[in-house]
Design a protein around this ligand. Structure first.
Ligand code: ZN
Length: 311
């Protein structure tokens, strides 16, 4: 059994084929241009690999329509990415390959992968938060993603303002100073004209971003109480940032923060592969497998050995 993997990002698509034992057999990267061109190139590449695909998993930027009862299921909704609003992501692959096609947000896919095989393996519940060009979160408990009317938008929560950061109006097109509008890459660039990692640890920006993320984590912890909170995304590559976030979460949450902050707030266990393995988790679900069962069912050692080898 082989699975087609698509990690659909706003600037690039990462494609892959994985076997039933979880080994990634091939991978490829494409720039994201127009829907017609990028989806067409993705179908061509997958077809050229020559595998009979049991299912395809799409882990995509959003927002997405994930309501199975809705005629627009499988499409993007009002995305800020030019040309991509209302794009049917699923049907072109279903038509081309005649197999089940699953769709989740990229952050939900990464949350599933981290919960199943990565930092959350064996812990029962996990929140994955990505802090990069945008901010998004996915929550998994018992192998299942949290979903209400649609997928959560955990990056768009309101926050108190840092006392030294009150003049900045925020960078979110919808809310101004929501979490994403305050700490995502473009919000950092708008205030300080540099990436956070280039500002240096002594710059006030590093402290302000950590302060906001510490407050957000206390909020997520109060509502969801995840056993693990995994922080990924480009902004999190800033040296010293995760330690500062833990300090703020600890001081702000106080004794109400259940468990040890240093153990709960952690880095991704799958490194840069959480996106593509997220697409694998989505493909396995589309093929009718439940991720709730013992992960040993998937004979996943090859995934880990491949990650260890830098694959
Ligand atoms: Zn927002």
């Amino acid at each position: 059994m082989y699975y087609g993997l698509i990690e659909a990002g706003g600037t690039k698509f990462v494609l892959g084929v994985a076997s039933a034992d979880g080994t990634i057999l091939a991978r490829h990267r494409l720039p994201t241009t127009s829907p017609e061109e990028t989806l067409g190139q993705s179908i061509s590449w997958l077809a050229d690999q020559g595998y009979d695909l049991a299912a395809i998993g799409l882990a995509s930027f959003g927002p997405l329509n994930l309501d199975r009862a809705h005629a627009e299921w499988g499409s993007t909704t009002r995305t800020t990415k030019p040309l991509w609003s209302g794009t049917d992501l699923v049907s072109p692959f279903a038509r081309a390959f005649g197999c089940p096609v699953g769709l989740e947000t990229d952050v939900n896919g990464a949350a599933l992968a981290e919960a199943t095989w990565g930092a959350g393996r064996g812990f029962g519940s996990l929140l994955y938060l990505t802090v990069g060009t945008g901010v998004g979160g996915g929550f998994v408990a018992g192998g299942r993603l949290l979903q209400g009317m649609t997928h959560p938008e955990m990056g768009h929560i309101p926050l108190p303002r840092h006392p030294h950061d009150t003049a900045f109006p925020g960078h979110c097109a919808f809310h101004g100073d929501c979490l994403e509008g305050l700490v995502a890459g473009p919000a950092v660039m708008a205030r300080w004209a540099a990436n956070l990692s280039d500002l240096g640890p002594d710059h006030e920006g590093a402290d302000i971003v950590a302060w906001y993320l510490g407050a957000a984590i206390v909020t997520y912890q109060a509502i969801l109480a995840p056993a693990r909170i995994v922080l990924g995304g480009g902004v999190m590559a800033t040296p010293g940032l995760i330690e500062r976030i833990r300090d703020y979460a600890r001081s702000r949450g106080g004794e109400y923060f259940a468990g040890n902050v240093d153990e709960i707030v952690t880095r991704p266990g799958l490194g840069n592969n959480s996106g593509l393995l997220g697409a694998l988790a989505v493909a396995l679900e589309a093929a009718g497998h439940s991720l709730e069962c013992s992960s040993d069912t998937w004979r996943l050692m090859p995934i880990h050995s491949q990650i260890a080898g830098g694959g």
